[in-house]
Design a protein around this ligand. Structure first.
Ligand code: ZN
Length: 983
């Protein structure tokens, strides 16, 4: 094994790999990829020992920076130049409470010269510069502060008293994070173990840095929530906020109020303002993230199927809400009053039931629709297109067989895999065969259709070379049942790689490929899904032909937004036709260069499809990820021809929607396909007053065709409280969901606005949220204090992660296709996925016990010990970071070698070793992969190796090379913004 061997790099989104030359496929010399090596590589910027390794911070080692020095890298830096008029530096941080501290109004000018937004591609700061920038602020963590009546009831307080001595005070909760014994850590750090004690004696007298342990820790919040959520979550209480998405919890569905729907719906606020004015004042977005077909944990019962007979589901006469626990039966059970619109509707005779002495129907607990939050109705023919019961859906596989597709190995891998995968098509009953029919097309500049009728001895190919007006040249024998045509299909899948093995055709079409699949579904009069395996920019003469318009010079300019929009309108029109037919398009991309993902994604996005991207696909290193994605994508539960409608109490209504779907009016979300992984974020606005008494109800109804061809309605009901006091709102918010909303809102915003405007808007709205809290909910205190609502204390750190994401603040290495890809991925994510994506999970691998995971550490380089090994997971990526002085025992247990230099960073799976540590680690990796909708390829990163820069991209509390602020700096910036709003 060669110590100097460089890992072939897969950058976060499948960036160009090291030394990949343009048309070659093999890594040339393993050199560092241009994208990640703009600054002489990481080796030069990494200075062992320069970063604090543990919590004990040393005295300052640097002089104040030259005030005139440009600091493009630290957008919210608080350098010494920003600080004026403070008292002289103190040598010992005194243990004083916030109220007793002398306060010097205006002493801290955190704004200084207005921070310009970062140069995207400027030089990175040296460690020295970074240290210099930090020296202006001195922080000591202080004791909890009894700061007056009502003070900090649900708040979290920080105080900046002076430029040279900043003082943090806490009124609630603990701070810092609990760290396990980690090699390399010096021991307890200031403040953490006994923050209630008076003197932070451990604080070094000349400490110069804002202590990251003294600001809200995501890990602490996550762990605290886990600790208090040991009982099953009972859903009978309206407005009760569920545990965080990072906490595993069981649900006892008592339907009446929040309901089982908590597994399907997350809200930004579980106590909504009664009036529009109040909502506007707070600026807290009112939204729900709904994942209608979410897969439940194995120990949860899937929604029951209810059949109301020929008349179909019972509904309110006026608003058409479906029967649910919010309907109040009156007049002895002969009528019911709608909880949404108050309209009274007759109970049909077949549904009549007597009421008990409390007014409840006596069959209440026998009927899911009267007692549970989530359930399904069998739909009648009235709910079907053209009043006709649907046909079972079809899957059509359309495979690019151009030069690049064949050469990379993609074609043979797909064909080989389909032979077994076709036995795993979705089915309702595992005992039965799937009724989904299949069809096959290959293409480059022309399309090849295949007749795989069971009566044929060999498949037949029909070529359509006129792609200008696509038609399907055969009807009988194109869509077939797998079992009936098995031999012909296998023969076809064996022959395809051979047929095109020597192709020299490099050009492809794309529009006609989707048209072909759509026409085939139309001809068969069914809904279905197209699986398109595609490699390149479709430049061949055909409808939907594209040109290369990638222009890095536009990034950061007002014209940048045009790059996120489709370059032709052809695909919008095509998407509309696909939606009308229930034709969902899943796109697997294998690009070696720009493919204009923004345009190719139009149809998948509008049809509820998924996009997968394998840049510089190589069979050897990427096959595992691709095959796992493909297997999951083909097998996962999916509904077709779906329409989602969200009904709400009078007073609010759903006004905006985010996700992969199509809308032809303002209320119906149309999804040609809706699978178990897709989430839709819905924003609500007031159109009247809500009442504290009744709260706010919402009902999400999704009409869809199941994979067996049955028309159904899935219903989720949710109820939240309503409040007339802002403090109640701020006590019942869910920051993780707010971040999900903001990220989707922002990532859609880049279609029409410069990214800087989008970032500024986000910062401003969050500052307004926090300023409103400060002004209306916290008791009067000095402006030098930063006071955050308890359940929003992580808003700044998470918001910063959104702001410095590659969509809003791309590094020089991030391609336009990558950014478009990320936009699409995030637009469909649920709250769990956005959470781990924006704030990755970083686990120290010390003691691995079965049944539990080590407590995570914060995403910052200074949390890493050189002697340790860490696992980092984002939901899309998986890294194993190995410290340069890693303990031999760890190496032997994980890699089976005693030497750091012997670790092969190109490995994508860990060796199977017969020791408990290795077994448990592999189990953990497998469980992480199973939790996510996309397969995460493992990347081993050795400290000080070139690949480390990619890994560091995900240490989101640190500054990023693209100019994103560190958490500490951003918190200071937010404080400044809030103060400006309050002054
Ligand atoms: Zn109604």
């Amino acid at each position: 094994m060669n110590v100097n061997q460089h890992t072939p790099m897969a950058s976060p989104y499948g960036q160009p790999q090291p030394g990949y030359g343009q048309p070659g496929y093999a890594p040339l010399d393993g050199g560092y990829p241009a994208p990640y090596a703009p600054y002489n590589g990481p080796a030069s910027s990494y200075q062992p020992g320069a970063q604090p390794q543990g919590p004990v911070r040393g005295p300052p080692t640097s002089a104040p920076p030259p005030v005139s020095a440009p600091q493009p890298y630290n957008q919210y830096s608080h350098s010494q130049g920003d600080m004026q008029n403070g008292p002289p530096p103190m040598t010992q941080a005194p243990p004083r409470s916030a109220v007793s501290q002398p306060y010097n109004q205006g002493a801290v000018n955190l704004s200084g010269p207005h921070p310009s937004y970062p140069q995207h591609y400027g030089a990175p700061p040296s460690v020295q510069q970074v240290t210099n920038q930090m020296t202006g602020m001195q922080i000591t963590s202080g004791p909890p502060t009894p700061a007056g009546p009502g003070y900090g009831k649900c708040g979290w307080v920080y105080t900046w008293f002076s430029p040279s001595l900043s003082y943090f005070c806490f009124t609630s909760g603990s701070f810092g994070q609990v760290r396990g014994p980690q090699p390399g850590y010096a021991g307890p750090y200031p403040g953490q173990p006994n923050y209630g004690a008076p003197a932070p004696a451990l604080a070094p007298p000349t400490q110069k840095r804002l202590d990251p342990d003294a600001i809200p820790s995501p890990i602490q919040v996550i762990e605290d929530d886990k600790a208090k959520s040991t009982e099953p979550f009972t859903t009978g209480v309206r407005g009760q906020a569920p545990p965080l998405v990072t906490t595993n919890f069981q649900v006892k569905d008592q339907g009446t109020y929040v309901s089982h729907a908590v597994m399907f719906i997350r809200c930004t606020a579980y106590n909504m303002p009664c009036t529009a004015d109040m909502a506007k004042q707070s600026q807290v977005p009112l939204a729900a993230v709904i994942k209608p077909l979410a897969t439940l944990p194995p120990d949860e019962t899937p929604p029951y199927l209810v059949d109301h007979g020929e008349g179909g589901p019972i509904r309110c006469n006026r608003c058409k809400a479906y029967m649910c626990p919010y309907m109040q039966f009156i007049e002895g059970g002969r009528r019911f009053q709608c909880g949404f619109c108050s309209c009274v509707t007759e109970v049909p005779p077949h549904y009549f039931q007597h009421l008990d002495h409390t007014g409840k129907r006596v069959d209440c607990y026998d009927r899911p629709e009267l007692s549970l939050g989530s359930y399904e109705f069998l739909a009648t023919v009235d709910y079907c297109k053209n009043n006709k019961l649907p046909q079972p859906p079809a899957f059509i596989f359309l495979i690019d067989v151009s030069y690049n597709a064949v050469k990379s190995g993609m074609v043979s891998i797909v064909c080989q895999e389909l032979k077994t995968l076709l036995d795993c098509l979705p089915r309702e009953n595992p005992e039965m065969d799937s009724v989904v029919r299949v069809g096959f097309v290959t293409y480059n500049k022309v399309l090849h259709f295949y007749n795989v009728k069971s009566s044929l001895a060999q498949p037949q190919m029909l070529v359509v070379s006129d792609v200008s007006d696509m038609f399907v040249p055969l009807l009988d024998g194109f869509l077939v049942n797998v079992n009936e045509s098995r031999l012909v299909i296998e023969s076809l899948l064996d022959q395809i790689p051979e047929m095109f093995a020597d192709t020299r055709e490099t050009e492809t079409v794309f529009g006609p490929v989707i048209q072909a699949g759509l026409e085939a579904l139309k001809a068969a009069d069914c809904a279905g899904k197209l699986f398109v395996f595609h490699t390149s920019l479709p430049i061949a003469e055909a409808p939907g032909k594209l040109k290369n318009r990638e222009d890095k010079k536009l990034i950061g300019t007002d014209k940048e937004k045009s790059l996120f929009q489709p370059q032709v309108s052809f695909y919008n029109t095509l998407a509309k036709e696909c939606v009308a037919q229930g034709c969902c398009v899943d796109l697997f991309l294998f690009p070696n260069q720009y493919v204009d993902l923004a345009t190719l994604a139009v149809v998948p996005v509008a049809t509820g499809g998924s996009i997968y991207k394998y840049t510089y696909f190589q069979a050897q290193s990427d096959q595992e990820r691709f095959l796992n994605d493909l297997r999951r994508d083909v097998q996962k539960p999916v509904g077709f021809d779906a329409v989602m409608r969200v009904r709400t109490s009078t007073g609010i209504r759903a006004t905006d929607f985010f996700g992969s779907f199509f809308m032809s009016n303002t209320t119906d979300v149309e999804l040609a396909g809706l699978d178990c992984d897709k989430a839709i974020t819905v924003e609500f606005k007031h159109d009247d007053k809500l009442s504290e008494e009744t709260g706010a109800l919402m009902q999400c109804a999704v009409l869809y065709t199941s994979c067996s061809g049955q028309r159904r309605l899935r219903i989720h009901n949710m109820a939240v409280n309503c409040c007339s006091q802002l403090a109640d709102l701020y006590r019942n918010c869910e920051t993780d969901t707010i971040i999900n909303f903001f990220s989707k809102y922002a990532f859609r915003g880049v279609l029409n606005n410069p990214t800087k405007t989008v970032r500024d808007t986000l910062i401003n709205q969050c500052a307004q949220i926090l300023a409103c809290y400060r002004k209306n909910c916290a008791s009067p205190s000095s402006a030098g204090q930063l006071i955050l609502p308890e359940c929003m204390k992580l808003l700044p750190v998470y918001l910063n992660c959104v702001l410095k994401s590659d969509v809003l603040l791309p590094g020089a290495d991030v391609s336009l296709d990558d950014r478009s890809y990320l936009r699409q991925l995030i637009s469909c994510m649920d709250v769990t996925e956005t959470h781990v994506f924006f704030y990755p999970r970083l686990l120290p691998l010390i003691k691995l016990e079965s049944g539990s995971l080590p407590v995570a550490v914060r995403d910052s380089e200074e949390r890493l010990s050189k002697g340790g090994v860490y696992l980092l997971e984002t939901g899309l990526h998986l890294f194993l970071w190995v410290g340069a002085s890693v303990q031999q025992e760890l190496l032997l247990n994980i890699f089976g070698t005693a030497s750091f230099s012997q670790i092969d960073p190109s490995m994508t799976s860990l060796p199977v070793l017969d020791n408990p540590f290795s077994q448990r680690l592999r189990e953990i990796i497998a469980s992480f992969r199973a939790e996510r909708s996309r397969y995460m390829k493992l990347m081993v990163v050795k400290q000080e190796d070139r690949a480390e820069l990619i890994f560091k991209h995900f240490l989101v509390e640190d500054k990023s090379v693209s100019g994103g602020a560190s958490y500490v700096d951003f918190l200071c910036h937010m404080h400044k913004e809030i103060r400006q709003l309050l002054s």
